[in-house]
Design a protein around this ligand. Structure first.
Ligand code: HEC
Length: 168
């Protein structure tokens, strides 16, 4: 019945070839456009091949914090100073001790300290004899504290400083 209703002038598909072309297009055109849309969406994501190397992956997966020991590891286990090394500690020479400890007072004559190099201030003191000066420098005298306040220095270091001071 239908074939009778459908006249040849009313339909675009008139041959089997045309039917085939229409079926073909109706299948592939949507498929192609879907592929294009997919490509458009995923095309923006650019995954660099380097991002998948083992190093890069473990770098991304490593814990946020990491412990680093600054400086020498030996600093955590300082060697126990033996008696031997302690006695080998180099003595500070007179000049060093003088510059580091005594000069503060004895250059300017702070608190009545006899000025280094001022002969008139030292004459009477030197007259007492070096031994007395050594002892007073070691034990302190008047305002001057014992060993000039540097209690860790040895007696010999103080004596050397006195010698240096007297030579000024
Ligand atoms: C805080 C300041 C001060 C420092 C530091 C100091 N002195 Fe003195 N020193 C004095 C004063 C003050 C006198 C004078 C004390 C007095 O005669 O009453 C003096 C006196 C002396 C005398 C003379 C002692 C005597 O018998 O007449 C000698 C030697 C001396 N100082 C050596 C030293 C040496 C060595 C050092 C460093 C190790 C030193 N002083 C550091 C203040 C200082």
């Amino acid at each position: 019945m239908e074939s009778q209703v459908t006249s040849q002038s009313e339909t675009l598909i008139q041959t089997p070839q045309q039917l085939f072309v229409v079926v073909f297009l109706s299948f592939f055109v949507p498929l192609a456009s879907i592929l294009l849309v997919v490509k458009l969406i995923t095309g923006g994501i650019n995954i660099s091949p380097d991002a998948l190397t083992e190093k890069a992956v473990s770098e991304r997966m490593k814990p946020v914090g990491s412990i680093q020991i600054a400086g020498d590891v030996d600093a955590l286990n300082p060697p126990i100073p033996s008696q031997e090394t302690a006695s080998l500690k180099p003595l500070k020479n007179g000049e060093t001790v003088y510059q580091q400890v005594c000069a503060v007072c004895h250059i300017a004559g702070v608190a009545g300290a006899p000025k280094a190099g001022d002969k008139s201030q030292w004459e009477a003191r030197i007259a007492k004899g070096k031994k007395v000066l050594y002892q007073n420098a070691i034990n302190g005298i008047g305002i001057m504290p014992a060993k000039g306040g540097a209690a860790t220095l040895s007696d010999d270091e103080i004596k050397a400083a006195v010698d240096y001071l007297l030579k000024q």
